[in-house]
Design a protein around this ligand. Structure first.
Ligand SMILES: Nc1ncnc2c1ncn2[C@@H]1O[C@H](COP(=O)(O)OP(=O)(O)O)[C@@H](O)[C@H]1O
Ligand SMILES: [Mg+2]
Length: 241
């Protein structure tokens, strides 16, 4: 469904991604893990053409979208939930959702809104509040809901657990699981390797802008090198208590 081939991205003279190839099949939940600065956000932003590609291609559903503009990419069926959520704080929750349905026919926006509020009841309950008043977890749900408003076939998720408490992180992942089970394809990037790999079928490890490992998520979770580098102390402290 999505195939990113030999992607190179640099900021000025600084190489952020080197020869990165990632593929996601229809219906898959794929997680890419890597520490801070590894290039995860750059990868997603470059797929969406928010950040330009220096070299490499992106094929989505058989279509070469390498040079598409961001809104064209959204129209073709990809949506990004950005790092840090980026909700519009001084707009209401419903207005935030409507922004995600921008360019869609009104009837479709209405149906989608109903669907999303059913899935995230809190967004309905808080519909008229300013998005900035929501908790971090609620803002994450809103960011996901906003992305879903464009009716994507693939959802790109950037660091959903950032800044959230473990229980809230679990709630967010459980929603992603429901979405995946309903047929949505997901490509997620995270520092939080244990959660990202627990919920995914397949995974990649990105280090200094290069893919250094890939495989079944369960195998990566059990891999000693992954354990040492990404699940070590944090894993014991946060997730095994
Ligand atoms: N706008 C930018 N300008 C210059 N360098 C950047 C910019 N964004 C990211 N970088 C650099 O690119 C590398 C990858 O960053 P990023 O993709 O944000 O990593 P991650 O999301 O994995 O933390 C880092 O070295 C970072 O400092
Ligand atoms: Mg990032």
């Amino acid at each position: 469904m999505l195939e990113v081939k030999s992607l190179h991205v640099s900021y000025g003279g600084v190489q952020a991604l080197t020869n990165v190839s990632v593929h996601v099949s229809k219906g898959e939940f794929v997680s890419l893990i890597g520490s801070n600065g590894a290039g995860k956000t750059t990868l997603l932003n470059s797929i969406m053409n928010i950040v330009g590609k220096q070299k490499g291609t992106a094929i989505f559903d058989g279509k070469d979208v390498t040079k598409f503009g961001t809104s064209q990419i959204v129209t073709s069926g990809m949506a990004l939930v950005p790092e840090g959520r980026r909700v519009f704080s001084n707009m209401s929750v419903l207005e935030n959702l409507e922004m995600g349905g921008f360019k869609r026919p009104a009837a479709e926006v209405k149906n989608k809104l109903e669907e999303i509020v059913k899935m995230f009841p809190v967004l309905g309950e808080r519909g008229y509040q300013m998005a900035g008043m929501l908790s971090g977890g609620e803002q994450q749900m809103l960011a996901i809901g906003r992305a879903l408003m464009s009716n994507p076939r693939i959802l790109l998720m950037d660091e959903p657990s950032m800044g959230l408490a473990p229980l809230v992180i679990k709630e967010v992942y459980e929603k992603l699981k429901v979405l995946a089970e309903s047929g949505l394809t997901i490509l997620l990037v995270e520092q939080n390797a244990s959660m990202a790999l627990k919920y995914a079928q397949r995974g990649y490890v990105l280090e200094n802008g290069r893919i250094i490992m890939q495989g079944k998520a369960s195998e990566l979770l059990g891999d000693n090198e992954v354990k040492r580098a990404y699940l070590g102390k944090e894993y014991k402290e946060k997730w095994e208590r």
